[in-house]
Design a protein around this ligand. Structure first.
Ligand SMILES: [Zn+2]
Length: 269
């Protein structure tokens, strides 16, 4: 039998499928893999958190201050009073593993945040807008709630693994990650985390004063849309909407039977 060389059929290397369909299958497939890996990383952080005790965290971040995030207002005389208020509130969480440390950030924009290791940062702008100790106590109590639920460390962990993953997959600058970490912890927490922190914060306020009067007052002032005031608020980019917050706080108090009325404590400054 003689071998007869034949030309292969025309178009043997051309797919039967339309190129646009192939391209979209590829893109959707890659995107799915990308998302699945990101979700898996977030789960890994959850697992890792179970192994890092709050005591280890406190030791690890002892004295830590992200300089790119916080400009300490050393001369603000309100620091002592704020620290003492945090200590009084934290006394209602007796088994807390943290030694809470307050710093005042020299920013005119009102904000408050919880950072790993028990660091609570409030801005000069927030203290400027506060009119009673009760208002400040709730904001601080809410931040204590984030420590109680370890939201700050979860956010930091997710921030680190996800930014490393994105840097690795997009060929970004891995060395630049350190700078973004602090940033990522401030993206804000989920609605559920915020509401759990509110319940804890309100409980602490109730334990301290025997009522929760004016816990919502700051949000009330922001909700009235006093433009000059709201312009100077950064807090709302990381926390729930003021209007919802007022309703939620009062709902929690009514559900728990915590009085909405009671004598206010004036600021010490
Ligand atoms: Zn919060």
């Amino acid at each position: 039998m003689k071998f007869v060389a034949r030309q292969p059929a025309e178009g043997i290397n051309v797919s039967q499928t339309h190129p646009l369909v192939e391209a979209s299958t590829l893109i959707i497939g890659l995107a799915t893999i990308f998302v699945l890996i990101a979700v898996a990383l977030v789960f890994l952080v959850e697992i890792a958190l179970a192994f890092v005790s709050a005591e280890d965290e406190a030791a690890l971040f002892d004295g830590w201050l992200p300089a790119d995030l916080v400009t300490v207002a050393h001369t603000d005389e309100r620091l002592n009073e704020t620290q003492m208020l945090v200590d009084r509130l934290a006394a209602h969480w007796p088994d807390s593993p943290y030694q809470f440390r307050v710093e005042i950030d020299d920013s005119e924009f009102a904000n408050a945040m919880a950072l790993p290791g028990g660091l609570i940062v409030v801005t000069r702008g927030l203290l400027d807008q506060i009119e009673s100790e009760n208002e400040l106590a709730f904001v601080l109590g809410h931040e204590l709630g984030h420590f109680k639920n370890r939201d700050h460390l979860r956010a930091l962990g997710r921030g680190i693994v996800l930014s490393m993953f994105f840097a690795a997959t997009t060929g970004g600058d891995v060395a630049g990650i350190g700078v973004n970490v602090a940033d990522l912890t401030l993206r804000g927490f989920s609605r559920r985390q915020e509401s759990k922190a509110d319940v804890f914060g309100l409980g602490v306020v109730h334990a301290e004063y025997g009522h929760v009067n004016e816990s919502w007052r700051l949000f009330e002032r922001w909700a009235i849309e006093d433009d000059s005031l709201v312009k100077l608020v950064a807090y709302l980019s990381t926390h729930p909407d003021s209007g919802d917050r007022i309703v939620d706080i009062k709902d929690i108090a009514e559900g728990e039977g915590w009085p909405l009325d009671g004598p206010l404590t004036s600021l010490k400054w």
